[in-house]
Design a binder for this molecule. Structure first.
Ligand SMILES: [Zn+2]
Length: 334
């Protein structure tokens, strides 16, 4: 059986998943990202993780293995020169979604947040394909997330999809006609860096100011809770628990962040005209104190024809980016 591996490289962890052609996630593995140790350490960790994953399932990574796959389907796998395979599978390609601006055409990380030291400029495709010996396809992690949700998740069967991921940062992916739009400089989707009124004057991690990420990301929400004197929660999940229990400060902070993001999403919907909006990332787990004001702000912003567009939580959580990265590899395979 011909398989692919999808990889998700984030600021805190690297995840890898073994995926078949129908979009079934057969196995996963994760390791912490050596985020401060430079690109070589990140690439070495990703490579080791992929080997751990494949070895755990008795799967081999083999270049040019499309022909090996055919032999296996013919029942001649044991004599195909891939010893000990037992018909269990061959990884023919690897897809990688990474944080940052990633140019899928050149295979290079164009720019990255400070969370991944030295990551900008990394020849992600070249380095990984050299280390693994199979074709590698790379892209931005939020685009991978969207590809996964549109393949097997909340947006399955939809052609025009807006996915918004809100966690450490705020990102988006617009799929039009079933295809992710990367833009002319691979920057498309960086929706966190759109100005909204609620963020006026606030510094943004990108170096600009007044962008929605400065008030709507997970760190921004928790920072705001602390800035207003909140001491009862140790993290954003704690703020969400307090808000659900009726704590007015926690509820206000989540409501303002949700409303700011909702304004942005409503505006993006007017530009993109999606069939469905899917919202994922850790902040989307903050419950109704965040979702209610988000939905109200979207409703206040969209043009009348878009009032009934469904706005749904992502269905696949962390599996979405793995499936999407795997799909990138499958679609690039001959
Ligand atoms: Zn910004």
């Amino acid at each position: 059986m011909s398989l692919v591996v999808g990889v998700d490289i984030g600021g805190t962890k690297i995840a890898a998943g073994l995926v078949d052609h129908s979009g079934t996630l057969l196995a996963t593995a994760t390791r912490p990202t050596p985020a401060t140790e430079g690109p070589d350490a990140i690439l070495a960790t990703a490579t080791a993780l992929i080997h751990t994953l494949t070895e755990s399932r008795g799967v081999v990574i083999a270049a040019g293995s499309a022909e090996v796959g055919r032999d296996l389907r013919d029942g001649t796998g044991e004599s195909a020169g891939v010893g000990g395979l037992g018909g269990r599978g061959v990884v023919t390609a690897v897809g990688v979604g990474s944080a940052g601006v990633v140019d899928p055409g050149r295979g290079v990380v164009v720019s990255a947040t400070g969370a991944l030291a030295g990551w900008a400029g990394t020849d992600l495709r070249g380095e990984l394909s050299r280390r693994l010996g199979v074709p590698v396809v790379v892209g931005n992690d939020v685009h991978a997330h969207a590809l996964g949700e549109q393949w097997r998740g909340a947006a399955a069967g939809r052609e025009d999809v807006l996915l918004v991921a809100v966690g450490t940062g705020v990102g988006a992916s617009a799929m039009l006609g079933g295809r992710v739009r990367h833009g002319a400089h691979a920057v498309a989707g960086h929706a966190g860096h759109v100005p909204v009124a609620a963020a006026a004057g606030r510094p943004c991690p990108c170096g600009g100011q007044g962008h929605v990420e400065a008030v709507a990301s997970g760190p921004a929400l928790f920072g705001e809770y602390r800035r207003r004197g909140g001491t009862d929660a140790a993290d954003l999940a704690g703020v969400a628990r307090l808000a659900a229990a009726g704590d007015p400060l926690a509820a206000d902070v989540l409501a303002e962040g949700g409303a700011a993001l909702g304004s942005l999403i409503g505006g993006l919907m007017n530009v993109i005209d999606p069939e469905i909006v899917v919202i994922g990332g850790g902040v989307a787990g903050c419950g109704e104190p965040w979702w209610r004001p988000l939905r109200a702000a979207i409703a206040a912003e969209v043009l009348p024809a878009l009032r009934d567009v469904p706005v749904e939580p992502a269905a696949l959580a962390g599996a979405a980016a793995l499936l999407g990265a795997a799909r990138m590899a499958l679609e690039a395979s001959p």
